[in-house]
Structures are given as structure tokens and as C-alpha cells.
Design a protein around this ligand. Sequence first.
Ligand code: FMN
Length: 354
Amino acid sequence: MSSDPRPMPYPHLFQPVVLSESLALPNSVVMAPLTRCFAGEGLVPTDEMASYYAKRADAGLIVSEATIISPEAQGYPDTPGIFSPEQIAGWKKVTAAVQANGGRIFNQLWHLGRVAHSHYTGTQPVAPSAIAWQGRVPRSPGLEYEMPRELSTEEVRVLVKKYAQAASNALEAGFDGVEIHGANGYLIDQFLRQQTNQRSDEYGGSLKNRARFALEVTDVVIDAVGADKVGIRLSPNAHVHLEHSPGDEDTFIYLLEELGTRGLAYVHEGAFDDHIEYDYLGGRASAFLRKHYPGNVIACGSLGFEEADAMLKNGQTDLVAIGRPFIANPDLMHKLQTGADTTVFDQDMPKHLV
Ligand SMILES: Cc1cc2nc3c(=O)[nH]c(=O)nc-3n(C[C@H](O)[C@H](O)[C@H](O)COP(=O)(O)O)c2cc1C
């Protein structure tokens, strides 16, 4: 008499998901975007990066580390770009290695706005308004945030087009799609917020105007690569690099309703801790996205594996993104499948932990 096989510890993490017309995922786990600062000369992705991502190709979907769309977008050392032919060639090695191992990878498109730094770019950072963030720049000993220069209306329009070009470059580099980085207090988030956006042109003033940049970027990126290959990451919870002002939540409600008409692959929660309840969101950021966005939601932020499994089971989210455990465990999916212990992330883990 044969005994029953041991049940899978996290069955819902291993449920296949249809993300969009062009993309079916073998499981519901997304590797969250994780900046590792290990691009090479010219911000070109390296062979080491190809090996790092290829080892994690059994995630349902990998979202690459944030990738700058143009030289003036940079704020940390050695973050890769997607604007030069050399960078596209470097990424080709990464995407080919992931796909050879049966994986799928989106490129996260990034502009840091006022969080960028002249130390890296040689030029004053740009932002919706000339309002600085205070404090020391992480990963950059001795640097403090700078006063940004307000973008002219024409410059904003040019920037929108840069996202489209970056998205086309990403597809040329072999990515399966792109994720617009609208989260974590970077440029797009800075446009969405009253505190950081005090413009008087069509990109500021009213909540619709504050959402205009995010929506124009989304629309041009959709035109460039197709809505089924586009996701966006958002932080309605204002957890880093800026502060919430009363009423900002209404901008997010409007934005999510508009995004809901675009047929995107997903909306992804940009948070470090999804357990925090925000009065102005009526609870957790994942629940807020779930409530106001009709399509696929990816929850993220210090989610335990059991808890993530339960959130999928209960329909609280469509997919879950896991970040730090993927750095610490190249074989995370295998460990989750077998119930093996996982290594706990430590920020001093070497970059070449690949
Ligand atoms: C080292 C590190 C780098 C990160 N880099 C990015 C990034 O490039 N883009 C992004 O949207 N979020 C980034 N994040 C946030 C993660 O994607 C994720 O939201 C966060 O780590 C919470 O998930 P976790 O608790 O599963 O790690 C980073 C987080 C860490 C710890």
C-alpha cells in the first residue's frame, strides 16, 4: 500500500496564473525588483547579473532591478541603464539566460527625479517642482539630497517619450515586458503627490493633472510594446522619499480607475511592509489596490510564505512578490516547493551571492 505523497506546503504559491494575453506564468510568485548596484562600466549589465537572474528563473515572473531610462535619471552607483546600445546588448545576455532556464523577466523602468544625484549624473536633478528631499543618499557615503530643478512643460513631454524609448529598448533586449516604476517616491510618484508637485501647468494643480504624467507614460509605453506586456508599480502608502498629504489617496483612486481601463498585465504594490494599516487608505496598501483596481494585483512587502499563500487562497491578491528572500536564496522556489528552511536575508550579503 503506498502512502499519500506529502502535501505541498504552499499550494497557492504554485498555482499557474494567466497574466495577460501573451503571458502565462507557471506559478504565482514574482521576484520583486531588487537594486543590487552591480552593473559594469557604462551601466552595462554583466555576466554576473545574467547568472544571478538565471538562477532565479523558476519564479513565475522576475521583475528586474530598477533600470534607469536616461543618464540624468541616476541616483545610486552602478545601477544598470536601458538607453545605450551597450546596455541593450548586456541585457540581451540576461534575458537569454533567464529564458534558457524557462523563465520570464520584465524590465523595471526608472527615473529617480529629485532623488537622482549630480554626483552620478553631472547635472542638477529634475523634478515636478523645486522642492528637495532631506537627508543622506543611501548607498552613497557622504552625499546629501540636492535641490532639484523644476522641469519645464516641454521637458516633461520629452521625458514621457523617453519612457517609450526605454520600453522599446527593453523589448529589443529580449524582455518579456516592462514594469513602469511609479513607486517608492521616485519621479512618477513625485508627480502624483501634492507635497512634491506644486506645478501650475497641466501636470499639476488638480488631482487629474497630477495623475497626467503617470497616465501619459503608461499610454506611450503601451503604444510602444502593447498593454499585455506592461505592468506598473505604485506606492499609495507614501512610505519612502516623500510624505503623504491628505487627499493624495483620491489621486490614486482616480489613477487606478483609469489604469483599469488600459488592459495592463498588472498593478504591483511598492512597499516594504504590507502589514501597516493606513487610515487614509482604509487599511493595507494591498487591500487598497485590490479595491480600486479591477485587474491583476501583485501584493508585496515583508510577506511571510504562509501568509502569502493564504492571501492568494482568499483572493486578497492575484500574485505575490517576494524580495529579500530571493537575494538570500537563489533556490527559493525549490525550497518553497519542498518546505525546506530558507536563509534569512542580511544586507551585508555579498553582491556575488549568485
Ligand atoms: C536591496 C533592495 C533593493 C531594492 N530595489 C528595488 C528596486 O530596484 N525597485 C523597486 O521597486 N523596489 C526595490 N526594492 C523593494 C522591493 O522590491 C520590495 O518591495 C521590498 O524588499 C519588500 O519585499 P520583501 O519584504 O519581500 O523583501 C528593494 C528592496 C531591497 C531590500
